[in-house]
Design a protein around this ligand. Sequence first.
Ligand code: HEM
Length: 181
Amino acid sequence: MKGLVFTELLSMADEHVGEDGVDQVLSGCPLSSGGAYTAVGNYPSEELTTLVGAFSDATQLDIGQYQRMFGRWMFGTFLDSYPHFFENKATAFDMLDSVEEEVHVDVRKLYPDAELPVFKTEHLDAKKMVFIYTSPRGLVDFCHGLIQACLDHYGETADIQVEVSRSDKLTTARFDITRLS
Ligand code: HEM
């Protein structure tokens, strides 16, 4: 997993527990990288899950909630760093439709070693979209946070129902998104 994801997690956690708190959490975690992340490095994705768990403990927030919060945070980072992906989309559904075939395709061109999920989308009617996430990394709540932030960005609200199934190697999450406004 890209180092940028780790450096962003540490920046967000810094706002919750401060620099010393971040160092304390890092030194208490079994991290093969030693916790010295750089934005251009690559690190095991399991370390992200470990760190989200440790920061949720340190803040006494629910682990799923912490991972969703981080998804929201990363949306802000993507928006700041890659505004062009968002500018030519009129709605959150347009944006979500473009992730698999445009956004992550470009990410893969930039970083051939990027570890990306697979998305399938289906439109049931003008207000209902099904967004299906499949990945060996199982970052369902992170994805949920990105979707919520995407709706917020386009000034929309929606009901989101999630159904998760996990096998040995893959996690699939079906997000049923119904636009309310
Ligand atoms: C709402 C829109 C988006 C959704 C739902 C989404 C979803 C995800 C998810 C769930 C992951 C984690 C990897 C996994 O679970 O397998 C991921 C990784 C990533 N995404 Fe997206 N993404 C979105 C938009 C973007 C945008 C706009 C960019 C900017 C270029 C981007 C760049 C990346 C990068 C760099 C990674 C990390 C790859 C790695 O660590 O190797 N994504 N995305």
